[in-house]
Design a protein around this ligand. Structure first.
Ligand code: SF4
Length: 313
């Protein structure tokens, strides 16, 4: 693969993302945590929101986890927010708020896995470590014409091609290639800077073979109790488990004969689970303004369905 051609293409085509314009380690860390499971467009929005409220790692450490969850609502995968908050406290206590600079040290922090550690170490601190994620897997599988490359194959490919004197630029170039050109469904091979070395180009659409993931379907029942001012009763969920620490209406069972009114059904997809929630409503007391607490996307949809929430964050 022609590394020079890819780096050159990257310089001319890279998107002006906020964490490229403000490339502080904290800004880069936030972007990498967000982009683990949030689409780019939303990631930018949440990055801006978080950085505005928490301009430094130390400022997040001083806040409560509820403050972080409140800003995180709608971004999904809330355990990331909890681990990020834990990370900020740990770094303040251990290192006066200064992020460690090496892959090995970063890997020890809450919420930081091999990909994220490699991305931060290479982009923020120029350590020569290769990033391996879904984008790299796809580019590698196509370049080498393999349907199901093993994790070792992918790591070897990434290590072999890493440009060690500009590892941050190289890792971002590979990611940008996967995001803009070597796309999952419609690879733009005619515009690809590394097309000459691509052995799988003629069947790029079939490479790599998708990983199969089984989704289980779980049914829930939820009742929204609404007070005379139109505000719903909300409870904070336990600090562990699904939607830990977020707020929402009561999950319940057997509402058919209780005077509750059936409102509708919400289908909600998580990474490995499909949730089907039957939503009911009834009269309650002491409701609270839902815009003042952190809600999951599912709970926002439930509250919108019963007509007590109409904003879209
Ligand atoms: S030629 Fe096509 S399939 Fe090969 S790396 Fe480039 S975009 Fe991907």
């Amino acid at each position: 693969m022609n590394q020079e051609a890819l780096l050159d293409w990257y310089k001319r085509n890279k998107r002006p993302l906020p964490w490229r314009l403000d490339a502080s380690p904290w800004s880069i860390l936030l972007s990498e945590i967000l982009l683990q499971q949030t689409q780019m467009e939303r990631g930018i929005e949440y990055h801006e929101r978080l950085l505005k409220r928490f301009p430094t790692l130390s400022s997040m450490a001083k806040a409560s986890v509820d403050d972080v969850l409140f800003l995180w609502q709608g971004a999904g995968y809330y355990s990331r927010a909890r681990r990020l908050h834990a990370l900020s406290i740990e770094v303040v206590e251990a290192n006066e708020g200064v992020l460690p600079k090496t892959y090995e040290e970063l890997l020890k922090l809450p919420g930081i896995g091999p990909y994220t550690a490699a991305a931060i170490a290479s982009i923020a601190f120029s350590e020569p470590v290769a990033c391996v994620d879904g984008n790299i897997r796809r580019v590698m599988a196509r370049q080498s014409n393999q349907e199901e490359p093993s994790a070792n194959d992918i790591q070897r490919f990434a290590d072999k091609h890493l440009v060690t004197d500009s590892p941050g630029e190289w890792n971002q170039a590979m990611m940008e290639l996967g995001a803009l050109v070597c796309k999952p469904r419609n690879p733009l091979c005619d515009q690809c800077p590394v097309t000459e070395s691509c052995r799988g180009r003629s069947r790029a659409h079939d490479l790599p073979r998708p990983k199969t993931s089984k989704k289980t379907t779980v049914e829930y029942t939820c009742v929204v109790r609404i007070d005379e001012d139109g505000a719903p009763e909300l409870q904070q969920r336990p600090q562990t488990g699904l939607f830990a620490g977020l707020w929402g209406p009561e999950m319940a069972t057997g509402l058919e004969n209780t005077g509750c009114e059936f409102v509708g059904t919400v289908r909600h997809l998580l990474s490995h689970r499909e949730m089907i929630v039957s939503v009911w409503k009834t009269v309650g007391a002491n409701g609270i303004d839902p815009s003042t607490v952190a809600l999951s996307s599912l709970d926002r949809r439930i509250l919108r369905l019963v007509g007590v929430l109409d904003d879209v964050p």
